[in-house]
Write a protein that binds this ligand. Structure first.
Ligand code: 8DG
Ligand code: MG
Length: 139
């Protein structure tokens, strides 16, 4: 299946003191109630980095100062295909909070791997992709 050109998603791995920020997905939406990295769909004509800045401000109220861009990751499963644009965010302003009513929490890097099982199906392979790109320390 070809990657849906509509489903290009900027994903923020916001790291502070060795922990990563997760938000809960709105229970009323598809895939609701599960944990995910903050982020969202690119709008028409928008760069991935611009989408990252916009989504992190809208969803968790932080202003990204700088982000490291990792190679995009394409995930396909039977009826679903998405292109994820991952960013590591270490410099930001503001205290993250759920501006869309969602819960937020910090998860230690070591716990992220177990957490991936409760995230969207793309996220376990995404974490492996990012590990291969050197984002995480040795496991
Ligand atoms: N935010 C986020 N999306 C992810 C992750 N992993 C993953 O497969 N996705 C997928 C799930 C969704 O199909 C898509 C993001 O859709 P979304 O509905 O959150 O997009 P959005 O924030 O722009 O929301 P909206 O404009 O539709 O309200 O990306 C992740 O870790 N974080
Ligand atoms: Mg979103």
């Amino acid at each position: 299946m070809a990657v849906d050109p509509e489903l290009h998603v900027a994903v923020g791995l916001v790291r502070r003191e060795g922990c990563f920020l997760l938000g809960s997905r709105d229970p009323d939406r598809p895939g609701g109630g599960i944990w995910e990295f903050p982020g969202g769909k690119l709008e028409a004509g928008e760069t991935a980095e611009a989408a990252l800045h916009r989504e992190l401000a809208e969803e968790v109220g932080i202003h990204v100062h700088s982000a490291h861009t990792y190679p995009a990751y394409d995930h396909r499963q039977r009826d679903y295909a998405v292109r994820l644009y991952p960013f590591l965010v270490m410099e930001f302003r503001g205290r993250p909070r759920g501006l869309e009513g969602q819960a937020v929490r910090w998860v230690a890097e070591a716990e992220l791997w177990a957490e991936a099982d409760a995230m969207p199906g793309a996220n376990a392979p995404l974490l492996h992709h990012l590990a291969e790109c050197g984002l995480f320390g040795p496991r």
